[in-house]
Design a protein. Sequence first.
Length: 124
Amino acid sequence: MMNRPRTGVTLTWIARILMIAFILFLTMFSLDVFEMEGTFLEKLGGFVMHSIPSLILVVVLLVSWRNPLLGGVLTLASAAALMLRWRLWEILEFATMILPLVVVGILFIAAHFVSKKRVPGSSS
């Protein structure tokens, strides 16, 4: 049976990997601007504009790297913001886009609380 600190580390790494995968998945949708008409700088500007949600999630990931509890709360807040911004309650099929963020947020918060509990008989 795994002890609590090890479980917390495992949960944190699972959340980090899932967050990185989601950011890469979301960034893929920004690449469609290169199919459009316009100069390279216009396309680059469109790419940056479409990548803003991904860039925000990168900042959230960096915060959660040091503080899983804050990162978990920010991840859940990001999921709520994306749901409100994209009006996902109107098209439930697309609401699954935020499900990975909800899972990651819960994992970060769980990792924080699991790793904070002391194992009986351990010294630290």
